[in-house]
Design a protein around this ligand. Structure first.
Ligand code: FEO
Length: 404
């Protein structure tokens, strides 16, 4: 047995890999702690089955893991619960080594297999609730569309209560040392799980809620996702976290994101932060949009009820990094926020109009004070900045009455 594979029970072995080389997930989202691509071999006695694959650069290690677990036995099936290439780009190589294996997917998987890899043979399409026998064990399939792609589905092993959940219940971060929730400190992984959820899956939170409702009827004893820890002891921890994130239950706090060319807008951000603190708000984050990663800004926006955005006018509109940020937020379908904004200009405005258009699009509660300052803030400007802080503090005190 390869020491890097892990026996989960008598019939199931973890054969996934850690990726500490890829800098950007989907070529966009930073991976400071890396990521794991989880894969499993289910041994049903007479038949064997692989559940999801790994990203192509790790194919050598992956194939070694498979052959060490099979130990000369035949591989009969590969289940493709999710088609995104972090789980399938090694599939064509796998088929070269094991040409007779049958691929289990659904109708939508078939289309992706053809379009991504020209694979058209040996495909078994399963439908919602269908059960497939793998030797002496069986798997039941449930469709979870848009968690994270249209073809996404999960497999459930009834006799052990194991859910193979693909992207759902996953997170960023390599599995360092142990793969099991009860042998790690999840606090190490929590922020990276939240960042994964908000960056990758968050936009589809309505579909996540639907999937969670569907899976609530199953007796889930263990969750084996495609990224992050295997939840064999306390699966309810990750189920609860996903439920909280998908319902967009925001926390008491304020994220102030500013862009500043010459320091005036930064000064405005600091003044608003001070005003919030004077009003008793304790959780305040002030982030410079030019320095702080978009990925983390999305995660923090998801987290805090209060969001205050500020930037100078640039080419009669928003400072470009802020323009990109508000467009991203608009597409995230985020809810349960109170919004404030402030702007600065040197000779003519424009940013304030684009913030107003953003406020209308996202539909969050909007604060009335909207400071628009020419250059360095003057006394009257400081009053308006304080007013913005006061209004946000008031909104938070109403939303989180129990905490005051
Ligand atoms: Fe881990 Fe949507 O891929």
């Amino acid at each position: 047995m390869n020491p890097l594979t892990v026996k989960i029970n008598d019939h199931l072995t973890y054969i996934g890999v850690n990726d500490r080389y890829t800098h950007l997930f989907e070529n966009m989202w930073p991976l400071p702690d890396g990521v794991s691509y989880n894969s499993y071999i289910l041994d049903g006695g007479e038949e064997t089955c692989l559940l999801d694959c790994v990203k192509i650069p790790s194919v050598g290690e992956f194939l070694d893991n498979i052959s060490s677990v099979l130990n000369g036995r035949k591989l009969d099936y590969v289940i493709v619960n999710h088609m995104e290439p972090d789980h399938t780009s090694s599939l064509p190589t796998l088929l070269e080594i094991y040409p007779d294996i049958k691929i289990i997917g659904n109708k939508k998987t078939t289309r992706f297999l053809k379009n991504f890899y020209h694979i058209t043979d040996n495909i078994i399409e399963v439908k919602e609730g269908e059960e497939v026998q793998i030797g002496s064990t069986s798997l039941t399939f449930y469709m979870t569309p848009m968690v994270h792609w249209p073809e996404s589905m999960v497999a459930y092993e009834k006799s052990t209560g194991i859910l193979f959940s693909q992207d759902a219940f996953g997170g960023f971060g390599t599995l360092d040392g142990s793969i099991f929730d009860d042998e790690i400190n999840f606090e190490f992984y929590k922020d990276e799980t939240i960042r994964y959820y908000t960056n990758i899956v968050g936009k589809y939170s309505v579909q996540v809620i639907r999937a969670l409702d569907k899976l609530a009827g199953l007796d889930i004893q263990m969750i084996c996702p495609d990224h992050g820890p295997i939840w064999r002891k306390n699966p309810e921890v990750i189920i609860d976290l996903y439920a909280k994130l998908s319902k967009q239950e925001t926390e008491n706090g304020v994220l102030i994101v500013y862009g500043s060319m010459y320091g005036n807008t930064e000064k405005m951000a600091e003044m608003i932060g001070k005003s919030l603190a004077n009003e008793g708000i304790k959780n305040i984050r002030i982030r410079n949009i030019a320095e702080y990663p978009l990925s983390n800004l999305i995660a923090e926006s998801w987290r805090y009820r209060g969001i205050i955005l500020g930037c100078p006018t640039y080419n009669v509109g928003l400072f470009p990094p802020m323009d990109h940020f508000v467009r991203t937020l608009t597409k995230q379908n985020m809810k349960n926020h109170t919004l404030g904004y402030f702007t600065n200009y040197s000779w003519g405005g424009g940013a304030e109009k684009e913030f107003a258009a953003f406020a209308e699009k996202c539909g969050w509660d909007l604060l009335e004070a909207q400071p628009n300052v020419m250059g360095d803030p003057k006394e009257a400007d400081i009053e308006t900045l304080n007013q913005l802080g006061k209004e946000m503090a008031q909104a938070l005190k109403e939303a989180f009455k129990d905490e005051y």
